[in-house]
Design a protein around this ligand. Sequence first.
Ligand code: ZN
Ligand code: ZN
Length: 559
Amino acid sequence: MDNYQIADAFALLAKIMDIHGENSFKTKTYANAAFQIEKLPLQLADMDAASIAAQKGIGAATAQKIAELLQTGSLSILNEYIANTPPGVIEMLSIKGLGPKKIHTVWKEMGIETIGELEYACNENRLTLYKGFGEKTQNNVADAIRFYLNQQGWFLFQQAEEIAQQFLQLLQIQLPTHKTVITGSIRRQMETVDSIDLLTTADATAVMPLLQPLDALTLTEELPNGLCYQINNGPQLFIHTTSSETWGHALLTTTGPDAFCNSIIASLTTTAFASEEDLFTAAQQPYILPAFRDLPQDVIDAAGNISAELIQPQDIKGIIHSHSVWSDGSNSIREMAESAKAQGLEYLVISDHSKSAGYANGLSEERILQQHAEIDLLNKQLAPFKIFKSIECDILNDGSLDYSDAVLNSFDLVIASVHSNLKMTEEKAMQRLLTAIAHPAVTVLGHMTGRLLLSRAGYPVNYDALIEACAKHHVCIELNAHPRRLDIDWRWIPKAVNKGILISINPDAHAVEGFADTRYGVLAAQKGMLRKQQNLSSFSLQAFEEFLEQNKAAKTLAG
Ligand SMILES: [Zn+2]
Ligand SMILES: [Zn+2]
C-alpha cells in the first residue's frame, strides 16, 4: 500500500465522519493526516512504527491506523462507517460542490439518500429551504448531478432527444441532398435510452469529415453499415447508412426492437423497400407506429386502428397538478395561470403540498383558506380561464390523508401522493395506497410508484390490484409527465384504460417552464396507446367541470 492509498483512506474517513456529523476535532485530525501523508518524501511502508509516529501530523491514534492499513490492507473503522452509510450518500461525494457538511444536511435533515432524489429536490426548489443552501448552490448542485449522471451510460429521453436533434440538424444542413432521420429507441419514444441513432442515405465517407472536428465526439468503430461514436459525457452515437432503395428496411431494423422487427421481416425475401409502409404491405401487416412496437402483439391487435384518436401534445387542454410559491413552486398562482392562459390552455389546477409536507412548505388549514380567496379573486379577473382549487395531499404512513373531510371537501379535486417513507415492502405500500384510493375525497392518484428514472426504483406495488381499486373507487391515475418520473409506467396503461380508468397526463409543474414537460407525458402515453378521450387533461373546461361533478356523485353512490 503506497502513501497515496493510505492518504485516500484517511481523507475518505474524515469525509464520512463529517457526513455523520462526528466531532470536527477528530475529523480534522484525519483530514490533516491525509494531507501530510500525501506530501511525505518516504513511503510509510518502508518505515518502522516509531518513525511513523514521529512524522508531522501523525499522532498515536493515526499511527495505529496506518499500521492496520499496512498489515491488513483495510481500515476497520472506515469499513464500519461505510457499512452504516447508504451507498447513494457516499456517492454524493462525487458531486462537485457538495461537501461532507452539506451532504450531512441532505441526508439527515432532508432525508435524501440517492443522487437522483437530490436532483429532483433541486427541481422542486427544496434545497433553498435549508441553511447553507442558497439558490446558487442549488443550481450548482443540480448541474453537477446532471453531469455525474450523464456519465453512467443511460440517459433520459429528454436529454438524448435534445442531443439527437442537434446532430440531425447538422447532418440535414450539411448533406441537403440526402435523407437523414432519428431512429432507434428515441424514435420509439423510450423513456430512457443508451444510444442515439440516426439513419442517413449519405455514405460514411461523407459523414466522417463533418463530425471529425467536433471535440465532443470520439469515433470508436467503423461498422459495415455506419459509424459509432462516443459522445463525451453522453450516450453512444450511431450513424447508420443505407441507400434509398433499402431505406424502409433499414429504418425498420434500426428502429427496433429486434423481436418486433424479426416477426415482421421473417416472411420477406428482399430488403429492397423504399419505405417502411411498403415493407409492412409486403409482409401483409398493418402499419404499426414506432411508439407501439415495444408492446405485446395481442395488445396492439386489441387496440385496433387508433391513429385518429391517439393522444397528441396539442390535445392537452388544461394543467392538472401544479405547484406555486404557496408551497415549493417558483411562480405565483397568477404567473402560473397567466402563462397557461397565454399558451392557449383553458384551466389550471393548483395542487400545492399538504400540511405534513414540511420540507415543501405544505399548507396549513388557515393558509388553504387564504389561498382559496386568492384563487377566487384571480378567477374573476382571468375568466373564462379557470383556476381549480386542489391539493397534492400526502398519503400518510397509515394510508390516511392529512386533513379532515371538511377541509378535503373544500377542494375541487384532490391528488393523493406518497412523499414520505418511500422505503417500504409491497405489502406496506399497497396498504397505504389502497387506503388512500378508497378515500371518498381522492380524485387522482399521483405518481403511483414514486420512481425516479435512472436513479430510484419506485416502491414495489401490485399494479393489477391498484388498477382494480382505482376502477372501483372512480379514481384517475396520473401519468406524471416529468421526464424523470413518467409514472404510471406506460406498459400498464392498456390495462388501466380497459378497466375504464381515466389517465391524467400531468406536468407536476413547479414553475411555468414545467408546463412543457406535458409533452414527455404524451409521448409516453402514446407508447401505452392512450386515446385522447381517455386522458383527463384533454377534457375541455366544460367537460372537466362536468367530470368533477359526476365523479363526486359516482363516488357518493359507490359509498
Ligand atoms: Zn408529488
Ligand atoms: Zn407535485
